[in-house]
Write a protein that binds this ligand. Structure first.
Ligand SMILES: [Zn+2]
Length: 345
């Protein structure tokens, strides 16, 4: 279904007891038809994918009747967001009765009715939710360079409702799609966790499912927003030193560092593929000692994406040598204006 499946591991399990919720409409991936759902077991809530369209009416019934079910002969797929349950033609799903020991009450977060922000902690990553919230502290549009050298526009803000707050991230076409201070109903917005396990919301790329409609303000008092300060600062000065300069090869597909096998070929550990080293891109990394006009010394990391900016300042190509770039950077005469993250440098 997506590129990530190549990096995840698959398994099969015999039996699972739980409740079905959040059965999605039918979806297409190429010629394959599928739908998503959640399954709540006593210990966990998991995401599920069903590739057997004729099971949708039965599963919708189990969801609506809130009856416990027994799922047999299903597969599992570990993805970065957890272990997903995969239902196929041979999987059996039947209603069941839980013993006193097995019994529990599932806490589910609905997809299509308005959910309060404090219950989003019960949702599972990648789940769609519908909320009514006021946009607060909408930031300016920033340009972010990805590891594959794509430049993307990104905007951050805070959403508030009477029960709490959550961060919203807008990318590309979604930028400036909401106004600061306005209240909206966000239908089918996606729940995400970042690498620090912080929860935020992000509209899905598929705009058929997602909508954002302006609505009346909350009459209840909203909590005071806790604004995380912007850590990007500007400085003017000169590059006075270069350290840890290194150049390596990265995978054409995913941007991971290539492990060389011999002079010609290397291994991408993420794509599990052998690649021709000659066709891989160079990945540059270095630290610059930057002295500001206020005589403050900064030690800043420069990654591949920002390295292009340094190259164009020096009129050099990506294929230049380590010595050429060092020489050129240390001989730049004019003052440089930079933006850096004061927390991570
Ligand atoms: Zn790769």
């Amino acid at each position: 279904m997506n590129q990530e499946s190549s990096t995840s591991s698959q398994g099969s399990e015999e039996k699972m007891l739980g409740y079905i919720t959040n059965v999605s409409p039918m979806k297409n991936s190429g010629s394959k038809k599928y739908f998503n759902f959640n399954v709540h077991t006593k210990s966990k809530t998991k995401r599920g994918v069903c590739f057997s369209p004729n099971k949708r009416p039965t599963m919708t019934n189990f969801q609506n009747q809130k009856v416990p079910v027994k799922i047999e002969h299903f597969r599992t797929n570990s993805s970065p967001t957890g272990t997903d349950v995969i239902i196929h033609q041979q999987t059996n799903i039947t209603s069941t009765v839980l013993s006193e020991e097995q019994m529990f009450t599932p806490v589910s977060v609905p997809t299509d009715t308005i959910t309060s922000l404090n219950t989003i902690k019960n949702a599972i990553p990648e789940q769609f939710v519908t909320i009514k919230a006021k946009v607060h502290s909408l930031g300016s549009v920033k340009r972010i360079t990805t590891k594959l050298n794509q430049v993307l526009r990104k905007q951050e803000g805070i959403l508030l409702d009477p029960t709490g707050q959550i961060k919203i991230l807008l990318w590309e076409d979604q930028v400036d799609s909401v106004k600061d201070g306005e209240t909206y109903i966000f239908k089918n917005i996606r729940v995400k966790d970042n690498q620090f396990k912080e929860r935020y919301l992000n509209p899905p790329k598929n705009i058929n499912e997602y909508s954002c409609t302006s609505t009346c303000e909350y009459e209840e008092k909203l909590p005071e927003a806790e604004v995380i300060p912007d850590t990007i600062v500007e400085a003017t000065g000169n590059i006075c030193g270069i350290a840890n300069l290194s150049k390596s090869k990265i995978c054409l597909v995913c941007g991971t560092n290539i492990i060389p096998k011999n002079n010609q070929n290397g291994n991408c550990p993420k794509c599990k593929m052998i690649v021709r080293i000659k066709s891989c891109n160079d990945d540059w990394h270095l630290k610059i000692i930057f002295v500001t006009n206020q005589k403050k010394t900064l030690r800043l990391s420069v990654f591949n994406s920002e390295f292009n900016l340094l190259l164009s300042l020096c009129n050099l190509q990506r294929s230049c040598t380590e010595d050429e770039i060092t020489e050129a950077l240390l001989n730049l005469d004019d003052d440089l204006q930079i933006e850096y993250d004061a927390v991570t440098n």
